[in-house]
Design a protein. Structure first.
Length: 405
């Protein structure tokens, strides 16, 4: 297949270089086919408005792109190393469908603003899914609080028993965190909701290209105005996006870590049904909470992707750099990881079973010491004096908490 940049006298790429440049990337590009064709449909509206294509050409190109979109939606538009990228596949498949008029489609556009648009459309779509999943997890958490929130639960500091708490307070902290995470995701969505088409290679196009019209046709909230920043923001916006996903997984990590502790026999506060647990190949008695361990671990992958993208874009000069190609993989893998994890975390909360008697018995005497201090404060004793008095009584064992006298 002829590459888009091929000239009449160009020599073919060395096979080793061709593979190095595109072997891994073409697998990722296959996932962008729908977004690339969608972007081309929006770009076509700009070409019609600018008079680059007439009404008949517009209809022919639109019909051909619509056919290709259906094919891509059925995951039947593969990209090979010979193709180089999804843009080449779409353009040449379109030419097979509609003839030489397909040669007009790339007018006023570079693969630089084309892939930037693809990735923004992709990120918006994926972020929408993640935000829905987070909201579902919030709902499951809130339902668990409504059902079990009044049950007592020890509060811990420094991983030592500290003060009385409750299932509602503990799990409510997860709800609060997830709501903050939603705000972070919404910010990432807003940054992705800017259309870079019309910036071409990073320095604009001399055509009367209506960027606002194209942005509206593609469902973007606004235009990414500065054409050079359309390239300079490559990696920067993806980094912010993955950082937002990382925040969600940090919340999942903390919840899974708590549950790993609280489901041990030493704590015994909660259990999960056997359908969510695994076993040991040697110890017949074991019931393993592997699901929580893997949920806890997944944030490490996103943290790695954050570092990967940040490192890739450090010290790059302004304008397009082929390094940007390497951003696709950590971005896509981040979405895959979080979208696989959030429904499982939701399932865990839906199936979580509190051990009511164990929770009630867990509120032992040391948890009530701080309350005893404040009981004395309420009677007019200065806090520091009350603190020392109650501390001495508790350590000497001369008074049993709650130490109200």
């Amino acid at each position: 297949m002829t590459k888009l940049w091929h000239k009449p006298h160009s020599q073919p790429l060395h096979p080793m270089v061709e593979s190095f440049l595109s072997a891994e990337d073409v697998q990722l590009d296959s996932q962008l086919a729908v977004y690339d064709i969608t972007g081309s449909l929006g770009h076509l509206e700009g070409l019609l408005d600018a008079g680059i294509v007439n009404a008949n050409e517009y209809q022919s190109l639109k019909q051909g792109l619509t056919v290709l979109l259906t094919t891509a939606q059925q995951s039947d538009l593969p990209v090979t190393i010979a193709d180089e990228d999804i843009h080449t596949v779409v353009e040449q498949k379109l030419k097979e469908l509609v003839g030489d008029v397909a040669d007009k489609l790339h007018t006023g556009r570079s693969r630089n603003d084309q892939i930037a648009t693809d990735l923004k459309l992709y990120a918006k779509d994926q972020l929408h899914t993640v935000m829905q999943q987070v909201q579902t997890l919030i709902t499951a958490s809130e339902q668990c609080v409504a059902q079990h929130g009044n049950l007592p639960l020890p509060g811990y500091t420094h991983m030592q028993r500290a003060m009385p708490s409750s299932v509602g307070l503990w799990l409510g902290a997860t709800v609060a965190a997830l709501k903050d995470d939603l705000s972070t995701l919404q910010h990432a969505y807003k940054l992705n909701d800017q259309c870079p088409l019309g910036s071409a290679a990073g320095y604009g196009t001399p055509l009367p290209y209506n960027k606002k019209l194209v942005a509206e046709k593609l469902g973007f909230a606004s235009v990414q105005d500065n054409p050079l920043y359309c390239q300079n923001s490559r990696g920067k916006i993806e980094l912010i996006t993955v950082q937002a996903l990382q925040q969600v997984m940090l919340t999942v990590n903390k919840l899974a870590t708590d549950l790993m502790l609280f489901t041990t026999s030493e704590f015994g506060f909660f259990t999960l049904p056997d359908t969510l647990l695994t076993g040991s190949s040697i110890m017949a008695h074991k019931k393993n909470y592997d699901v929580l361990e893997l949920l806890r671990s997944k944030v490490a992958a996103l943290s790695g992707h954050v570092t990967h993208i940040a490192s890739l874009i450090t010290n790059l000069p302004s304008g397009y750099n082929r390094d940007f190609q390497e951003i696709k993989k950590p971005l896509m893998q981040s979405f895959q990881t979080i979208q696989a994890s959030l429904p499982v975390m939701t399932l865990v909360l839906v199936r979580l079973q509190p051990n009511v008697e164990t929770l009630k018995q867990s509120i032992t005497s040391e948890l009530l010491v701080t309350q005893a201090v404040y009981d004395l404060v309420a009677r007019g004793v200065p806090f520091r004096q009350a603190y020392r008095l109650i501390g001495e009584r508790y350590e000497s064992g001369t008074s049993e908490p709650p130490l109200m006298s």
